[in-house]
Design a protein around this ligand. Structure first.
Ligand SMILES: Cc1cc2nc3c(=O)[nH]c(=O)nc-3n(C[C@H](O)[C@H](O)[C@H](O)COP(=O)(O)OP(=O)(O)OC[C@H]3O[C@@H](n4cnc5c(N)ncnc54)[C@H](O)[C@@H]3O)c2cc1C
Length: 320
């Protein structure tokens, strides 16, 4: 994880929008590696690791965004396996991924209550529809609304234990947060490097604009905040590598929060440093404004991380 996070940070630092690289290995690869059958591991892990195969991940629904306990996509047992029905929204890269890991709910025979379960749905499965959502976002992959209308799957499509509930899913969330943090830090570093180069060169009075503290201090501040976020990301990756899931959970959330905030600030400061050029296509910084905001919203919003730290770390009471 520590090494992978450095690779993704470099990808972000090169200005590459790589959401699928975050989702596919971090969530899907982790869940299959930990809970998949030997056959699923053989079929997916080498490809997810070297990038020759990709898997999208679908949990968000129109009425279940921040609150994933509210998902209503159902998975019902049939003689051959499973049938899925429901809707997902904002799922990234479904058109280019070989399959999507869909979070559905199965009915508990004893209690009748619904439990979350994970299913590998191939891209072209009959009944698996997708509609491209037009986003104001410069990224390589697109977001989709998905419809699952009587999608029949074989028994082997289920990943992990039917009764494990959200626990299996949570295993994939820590690496995804660490990877998102790495990517956001990389993006922030990329923007900052471009702004620093510009500030050393651009002269409109007797010295370059970088000599004015009104320009230099926000750049220095952005650098410090990116470095602090980087430290927390390294801590989260080290805890994850050491097998401390509890510690990694807290650190991964904090790293993702710090990285997203540092990235948004670094991009905003960088755009401002370039003046009018900050908004030109030629300098390519303005497109990062929306890209940086994504890290604040997905895969978990800034507020849900603050909720997590309020309740889990500080022990404060819950309002929802
Ligand atoms: C570019 C992009 C790519 C995405 N890719 C995927 C993907 O591949 N797969 C997938 O499943 N999903 C994906 N998502 C969805 C993403 O995970 C959700 O947008 C995110 O979890 C927030 O859910 P929501 O949009 O429904 O917002 P809502 O849950 O409606 O929240 C709206 C606002 O209210 C705040 N809020 C909600 N509840 C609380 C609370 N209790 N306390 C304080 N504030 C609260 C939120 O923080 C947010 O600011 C993607 C989203 C984007 C933008």
């Amino acid at each position: 994880m520590a090494e992978l996070s450095i690779v993704l940070e470099e990808a972000g630092a090169a200005g590459a929008p790589l959401l699928m690289m975050v989702v596919s290995p971090a969530i899907c690869g982790t869940v299959i590696a930990r809970f998949g059958t030997e056959e699923q591991k053989r079929a997916w892990l080498p490809g997810l690791a070297d990038g020759s195969k990709t898997m999208a991940f679908g949990i968000t629904e129109p009425d279940a965004g921040s609150n994933s306990h509210r998902i209503t996509t159902t998975a019902t047992r049939t003689e051959e396996g499973w049938v899925l029905n429901g809707r997902k929204v904002f799922v990234s890269g479904v058109d280019i991924a070989d399959a999507t890991l869909i979070v559905g709910r199965t009915s508990d025979a004893r209690t009748g209550s619904l439990k979350p379960c994970l299913f590998i749905v191939p891209r072209d499965a009959p009944g698996f529809g997708r509609r491209h959502i037009e986003m104001e976002l410069a990224a390589n992959e697109k977001q989709f609304e998905l419809t699952l209308d009587d999608v029949h799957l074989p028994a082997e499509a289920l990943v992990g234990d039917e009764d494990a509930g959200l626990l299996q899913l949570f295993a994939g969330l820590n690496p995804e947060r660490i990877m998102t943090a790495a990517f956001a830090i990389g993006m922030g570093r990329y923007a900052l490097a471009r702004a620093v180069t510009y500030a050393k060169d651009r002269q409109v009075w007797k010295s370059p604009i970088g000599a004015h503290q009104a320009i230099a201090h926000p750049l220095a501040q952005a650098h410090i905040e990116l470095e602090l976020a980087r430290l927390m990301m390294a801590k989260a990756a080290a805890l994850y590598d050491a097998g401390d899931d509890m510690g990694a959970g807290e650190a991964a959330n904090m790293a993702k929060y710090a990285a997203a905030e540092a990235c948004v600030k670094a991009v905003d400061t960088s755009v401002h440093t370039l003046g009018g050029n900050g908004l030109t296509k030629e300098f390519g910084l303005a497109r990062l404004i929306t890209a940086a905001r994504v890290a604040r919203i997905a895969p978990v919003s800034r507020e849900m991380i603050l909720n997590f730290v309020s309740h889990q770390t500080l022990g404060l009471p819950k309002s929802y």
